[in-house]
Design a protein around this ligand. Sequence first.
Ligand SMILES: [Zn+2]
Length: 288
Amino acid sequence: MRIENHRIPGIWHRQSSNLGAAREKPPVVIVLHYTTGWNGKASRDWLMGEAGGTTNRGSSAHVVVDRDGTAWQIAPFNRTAWHAGPSRYGELQGLNSHSVGIEFVNAGWMKPNGLGDYIDAYGRRMNDRALKKAGGYTLAPHARVGSGSFAWPLYPEAQLETGLEIVQALIAAYPIAAIVSHEEIDTRGWKTDPGPAFPMARFQGLMGEAAGREEAYVVTAGRLNLRGGPGTGFEKIVPPGMLLRGTRLRVLKREGDWAFVAPERADGEEGAIRGWVHGGYIAPMIAA
Ligand SMILES: [Zn+2]
């Protein structure tokens, strides 16, 4: 796949009614979502608003990817779509203006009812056999949904492959600095998509293949421990021990959730100190 004039030639294209103005700067973040449903066409039409024959006036996205790998583009990538809600990533606020939103057709969390069935956010009930027939599921807890474990329907390989191709085309066409889940940018703490069944690492792995990208990051926590190894069991490195919010650093390698970094000194030069920080408290430097 490739992108021409902010569109992917060869896939179905119609424009949502729920879009902001054309933006002057290219998108720098890709936000991944699930639709909270099984019916791809119904979600696509909903996100198109009036143009899809629905009453939705508040949300949209750029692309919807169905479970069989079919993709529908409902906004050109140079228009703001409304998918991120109140959101923040690193220094960037209000991600709609800076991002491309991709919706994957998936029901999301399903709560066990104690009788062997699972119930989704819209009250639809499915048993183990029906869920397996629909592509399988994984069980995982999620504090935002409640206590205990929930069923999360898997994403079929055909759907993931289309999604990966689209993301690859976006990375080639725009200065994409990060691929994020809706959950991690949502400042209200409500969102759970695309959820534990989504192979985020496969998508984020595409970033590493993009040549010549600056691995410049910034500390987003108030104080961040710099440690001698990738885990909280490792000693803090003293000095500096703590990195303050806003400290710039370069990521040299990653191991699991941890990143081996080279922090900048106060004068902006790269210092000689190297250490490990938790990757959840750093974000790429993005020029808004
Ligand atoms: Zn979402």
